[in-house]
Design a protein around this ligand. Structure first.
Ligand code: GLN
Length: 304
């Protein structure tokens, strides 16, 4: 498969389409990102790498980070985790509070914000140095020398994250949060504002397509069956109330973030990361989504 040729074709096709969407301006710092940035990196299980555009630029991974923290919490608690958070698509936006009250403070899945905040609560309770462990885990998965987060973005989220505070407080009232609200939010904003480039993301997610987390990354490991479940959650919930569309049009397990990144996994073959900051109404990268649709169409690499 000539992946480089296909990525080059995608770059041409994408830039001739109308450039729709808006950057994530509900987080003021993210509104400053250049909306025209566009990059793709594809890594195969044979250690081949293919890239186009701004694939080496670091960007805010935002909700893509929820896969890393979930992998850690699942590795620690195993199936006990599912008492605290569900595994069903929400059919609602990532920042919707409506289901949370009538479902008694148990979030639908670990990728909506409420679910990711429960995962943070687990990490804070179970680990002595949760922050160090998260960065070490991401560093090991990405095989990067240095992993960091953007403190200005984290602060910007903290100043405007009223809904996230509401999720934690609602769940605390319902008995599904143990730690202090501020500690959970501080950790969550650091996690979301981790900066990685497309190459690092593709390299990290290649592990989820190879069942290779059975060996330890910074002390965390997942069985083959657990990696399979992680992929199932990415497929059914990775794009919130657009997860059905992503399965329908792209046909891979994946995860998006409001920083404009999308990562997708084609098991036993490749992981691919795309970055383009303009988002659709569901909070998913417009060009990222289109690029992956073109990629799986051209390569016939859907899992279905
Ligand atoms: N940090 C963002 C938030 O809490 C993450 C949302 C996302 O990427 N979908 O709103």
């Amino acid at each position: 498969m000539n992946y480089q040729k296909i990525l080059d074709e995608i770059a041409v096709e994408i830039t001739t389409m109308p450039h729709e969407g808006t950057v994530a301006d509900y987080i003021p710092e993210l509104a400053k990102v250049d909306p025209d940035k566009f990059g793709i990196h594809l890594s195969t299980v044979r250690n081949e790498d293919f890239a186009i555009g701004d694939s080496e630029d670091k960007f805010s991974v935002q909700s893509i980070s929820k896969v890393f923290s979930l992998a850690m919490a699942f590795s620690i608690l195993g199936d006990k985790l599912w008492k605290r958070v569900g595994v069903e698509p929400s059919g609602n936006p990532f920042n919707s509070i409506v289901q949370l009250e009538y479902e008694d403070g148990i979030p639908r899945n670990p990728f909506v914000n409420a679910g990711a905040l429960v995962i943070v609560d687990v990490l804070l309770s179970e680990l002595e140095n949760p922050e160090e462990d998260l960065f070490a885990f991401v560093k090991s998965l990405t095989a990067s020398r240095q992993i960091g987060y953007n403190a200005v973005v984290a602060q910007s989220e903290k100043e405007t994250g009223f809904l996230n505070a509401a999720f934690v407080n609602m769940m605390k009232a319902k008995g599904n949060i143990i730690n202090q609200t501020d500690d959970i939010l501080d950790f969550y904003y650091k996690q979301c504002s981790i900066e990685l480039n497309c190459r690092e993301l593709a390299s990290a997610f290649l592990h989820f397509g190879e069942n290779a987390l059975s060996y330890s990354h910074a002390g965390f490991s997942l069985t083959k069956s657990q990696v399979k479940r992680l992929n199932a959650l990415m497929l059914s919930c990775g794009f919130y109330d657009e997860s059905g569309q992503f399965a329908f049009k792209v046909g891979l397990a994946g995860k998006s973030g409001v920083g404009g990144g999308i990562v997708a996994v084609y098991p036993e073959e490749f992981a691919v990361a795309v970055w383009s900051p303009k988002l659709n109404k569901k909070g998913n990268s417009v060009r990222g989504f289109h690029s992956l649709e073109l990629l799986t169409t051209k390569t016939e690499s859907s899992i279905f």
